[in-house]
Design a protein around this ligand. Structure first.
Ligand code: NAD
Length: 485
């Protein structure tokens, strides 16, 4: 068990706390981390520190320095991939291979954004014989990141890296379920680089206390939130009192469309990975609705059943495991209750069992569940389950595929599998979602913007647009009439 302290910059006093909360390993329910519990008063202190750091340093206007600090952070993270990935698996339960990939990929994201830190620039306009204007790009000011537990390193850095590159000071409130690994990553930046004290402030605590204090704080200019839709809506409501800018990355119920000419040798393993084995289905982009063209349904279901029956479920630290546990007991129970609903309302064709074998009985393990014949209006078809539960439905032709894909309040991600370029183009253009993958799934790149249509969010992450989200423009107008005399 590891007891944490809140990371602080050089010369800053470590906050003293008597209160801690525990994080348990979802594979066996042993306590793995003890975390200082911060409150609304700590949020207040962090906002004061962040504002003072912006006033007293040239962080906001010195892109060369920001790039240097971010590259130092990337180097420190790269040197610590193994222990951080291990802590990630201990707290989240995900497979150690996925955890290593998660940390490694963020080294690249930080480096990409470090490069962008030196490119933040505005425009100049000649506006007539006596007027000249500059549109300057400035940071938002104090930005808070509130992140979830499923990809805690990725989703924290996805917002932090562009916000830092743009010159903001920050408060970071990671999910309490995975706060230890998040603090490990933040400590490398706050304590092991030349980052000025106060520019980044870690806030470990609950959503209802520390998180809510961030949402209503008048000294915070923007919140970048990733999490559940209902939390996002509450944040939007409460942040309206202080008119904060918001970026919201919310849930999904993503469709994967498999046409009758698809390469099933590619589609099936891609689907199994994306809805079952990657983070045990606890990923916002998970293709939880499989739309399959009528003629190939029987073959696809049979092959899918076979593919999932061989999945080895177990502790994420065991390199033989192919799928880990649900990260929290609440999530495990939620998934089981949806499976129960599916048994009543549809046809369970595979899996859907809590796993009770000796080595699994103490963890939150459940086998992948596949359903067919689920009514359109069932919550199984409509709600984000955030677990290894797949619902299959058939279609005939492109028009119906697009209509079914869009029959959801969400619009985060989607995919189409076909060997016909024309079909892939038509279906991709028709789907209302922020991402459409063709013959692939869950590929992300630092250069490429992602985000949600409809109820899946507001704003775009990554790429140039992702950086711009964390800036605002200022128009400076010069009167260029020569002075008399
Ligand atoms: P959550 O909304 O419960 O929590 C997310 C964060 O918000 C946590 O840090 C939590 O402590 C904090 N929080 C909770 N209540 C708060 C409040 N009232 N005020 C301020 N902060 C508060 O979500 P979760 O269960 O951690 O994550 C799962 C959800 O995240 C799923 O819906 C998933 O789809 C979504 N998600 C979206 C993306 C995306 O990119 N769109 C990525 C990953 C996860």
């Amino acid at each position: 068990m590891k007891t944490y302290q809140i990371p602080v910059g050089k010369g800053v006093e470590i906050p003293v706390t008597e209160n801690f909360f525990d994080i348990v390993n979802p594979s066996n329910h042993e306590v793995v981390s003890r975390i200082p519990k911060m409150t609304a008063a700590d949020v207040d202190g962090a906002v004061v520190a962040a504002s003072a750091a912006l006033d007293k340093t040239d962080w906001a206007c010195n892109g060369v320095f920001r790039a240097k600090v971010m590259l130092q952070w990337a180097d420190r993270l790269e040197a610590n991939i193994e222990p951080i990935a291990r802590q990630l698996t201990l707290e989240n339960g995900k497979l150690i291979g996925e955890a290593s990939y998660e940390v490694t990929s963020q080294v690249g994201v930080i480096r990409y954004n470090a490069g962008l830190a030196r490119t933040v620039s505005g425009r100049a306009h000649s506006l007539g014989s006596n007027s000249f204007g500059v549109v300057a790009r400035e940071p938002m000011g104090v930005v808070a990141v509130i992140s979830p537990w499923n990809w805690p390193v990725t989703l924290m850095i996805r917002d932090m890296a562009p916000a830092l590159a743009a010159g903001n000071a920050m408060l970071i409130k990671p999910a309490s379920q995975t706060a230890g690994v998040s603090l490990d990553v933040l400590r490398l930046l706050i304590e092991e680089t030349d980052l000025p004290p106060g520019i980044v402030n870690a806030i470990a605590g609950s959503g209802s206390d520390a998180g809510q204090a961030i949402v209503v704080h008048p000294g915070i200019d923007m919140i970048a939130f990733t999490g559940d839709g209902s939390t996002g809506r509450n944040i939007m409501r409460d942040a309206s009192q202080t008119l904060k800018k918001l970026s919201l990355e919310l849930g999904g119920k993503s469709p994967m469309v498999v046409c009758d000419d698809a390469d099933l040798d590619k589609a099936i393993p891609t689907l199994v990975s994306a809805i079952f084995t990657t983070t045990s289905g606890q990923i916002c982009t998970a293709p939880s609705r499989l739309l399959v063209e009528q003629g190939i349904e029987a073959e696809l279901v049979e092959r899918l059943k076979k593919a999932v029956s061989g999945i080895r479920i177990g502790d994420g630290l065991d390199r033989n495991s192919q799928m880990g546990p649900m990260t929290t007991r609440d999530q495990y129970e939620k998934v089981l209750s949806f499976i129960e609903m599916g048994r009543r309302e549809g046809r369970l064709v595979a899996g859907g069992e809590p796993l009770q074998a000796d080595h699994l009985a103490k963890g939150n393990f459940v086998s992948p569940a596949i359903f067919t014949d689920v009514p359109d209006d069932s919550a199984l078809n409509r709600d984000e389950i955030f677990g290894p539960v797949l619902v299959i439905k058939t279609f005939e032709g492109d028009e119906e595929a697009i209509a079914l894909a869009n029959d959801t309040e969400f619009g985060l991600a989607s995919a189409v599998f076909t060997e016909n370029v024309h079909r892939s183009w038509c279906i991709a253009r028709g789907i209302k979602a922020g991402t459409v993958w063709v013959n692939t799934y869950n590929r992300f790149y630092p250069e490429v913007e992602v985000g949600g249509y409809k109820q899946s969010g507001i704003g775009r992450m990554a790429g140039i647009d992702g950086l711009m989200e964390f800036t605002q423009t200022k128009f400076i107008n010069f009167d260029s009439i020569p002075q008399q005399g």
